[in-house]
Design a protein around this ligand. Sequence first.
Ligand code: HEM
Ligand SMILES: *[C@@H]1O[C@H](CO)[C@@H](O)[C@H](O)[C@H]1NC(C)=O
Ligand SMILES: *[C@@H]1O[C@H](CO)[C@@H](O)[C@H](O)[C@H]1NC(C)=O
Ligand SMILES: *[C@@H]1O[C@H](CO)[C@@H](O)[C@H](O)[C@H]1NC(C)=O
Ligand SMILES: *[C@@H]1O[C@H](CO)[C@@H](O)[C@H](O)[C@H]1NC(C)=O
Length: 330
Amino acid sequence: MESSNIFLLLSSLLSLLIFPSPPTAAAQLSQNYYSSICPNVESLVHTAVAQKLQLSFAAAPGTLRLFFHDCFVRGCDGSVLLAAANGDDENHSGADLTLSPEAVDTVNRAKAAVDGDPQCTNKVSCADILAIAARDVVSLTGGPYYQVELGRLDGRVTSKANVKHNLPGPGYNLDQLNAVFAANGLTQTDMIALSGAHTIGVTHCDKFIRRIYRFKQPLAFNPPMNLTFLRQMRQICPLNYNPSTFAMLDPATPFKFDNAYYQNLQKEMGLLASDQILFTDQRSRGLVNWFASNQTAFEEAFVAAMTKLGRVGVKNATEGEIRRVCTAVN
Ligand code: HEM
Ligand SMILES: *[C@@H]1O[C@H](CO)[C@@H](O)[C@H](O)[C@H]1NC(C)=O
Ligand SMILES: *[C@@H]1O[C@H](CO)[C@@H](O)[C@H](O)[C@H]1NC(C)=O
Ligand SMILES: *[C@@H]1O[C@H](CO)[C@@H](O)[C@H](O)[C@H]1NC(C)=O
Ligand SMILES: *[C@@H]1O[C@H](CO)[C@@H](O)[C@H](O)[C@H]1NC(C)=O
């Protein structure tokens, strides 16, 4: 055996000892997956994402939400990015109609930056680029920075039908929220922590209009809303609202990734019923209060839950590919 081979063998054994993969990680994911394939991938993505955020803050919440919707529909496989010629893609189904074009642009810019490095061209999956970008928008808006697991492959399948019942809706109660998260291996704690993503970004009037006016057909449930806040929301969304009108999900600090989301819920200032129910329901209120009082506890739980989210339905080399263009299968 050549001495260089012995060195490689020894160093890989050593790295196994020093960096044991966490026991619950999806088999093929690791934090240093691209260390020899494209060592600069994370700095290339970070620079592209930071530049995009300078142009448009909306890219931050948009990218975070895009990652969530990717992972909950057929796993974290970049399928949410696919654009089918006949329009039968995830992007054109109900819940995904308001996905942010700025987020798609963020991923495309990051992909171009990665592919611009000759060592990396067509070697990094769009699913991984999205996972890195989602981590980066969190830290760039003031949230925690964490090591992101990599090694996902891109799926080849997209369809409107795949979205139905896989994504939670704004009118979901706690049991419904828990069910859709449990279907992805996530606990109620994960769900409450991930809902903290609503500390940035927007929601359109149609998602909460029935909470602020009396309609003939009442909602299945309508958790209480702060009266002052309700009046403000009526100003933003009159009954004849324009469909493109939106309100901030976290009215207190809409551009900062912090735990104000949970403090809002304590004041009955959760805009979506699915947000406010986390405080109204006794089974989840304790954790909302804990995250509201302890930013570190929220951040730790959020990072743990994002890591679990990133392992959902990961595809291997038989089931997936490295897409050349994120919007189309090879
Ligand atoms: C718990 C169940 C959840 C429900 C019912 C839900 C529902 C929604 C709804 C209805 C909107 C507004 C869409 C619009 O009107 O444009 C929204 C926005 C958003 N969601 Fe969620 N979501 C949930 C969980 C999550 C999770 C787990 C994440 C990420 C980890 C996330 C990240 C976001 C972000 C960042 C926005 C703002 C998007 C933007 O400004 O472009 N959500 N969500
Ligand atoms: C969804 O489609 C619209 C146009 O129909 C496009 O602008 C947008 O980039 C697409 N978004 C995703 C996530 O593919
Ligand atoms: C409603 O919001 C105001 C202002 O944020 C706050 O002082 C008050 O305590 C809230 N009311 C309830 C019932 O939480
Ligand atoms: C906040 O949470 C962190 C992480 O769980 C914990 O170490 C710390 O003791 C908590 N702080 C307080 C004041 O309880
Ligand atoms: C990928 O996963 C599928 C389904 O679990 C399995 O049949 C196949 O052997 C795996 N391929 C590789 C290369 O691991």
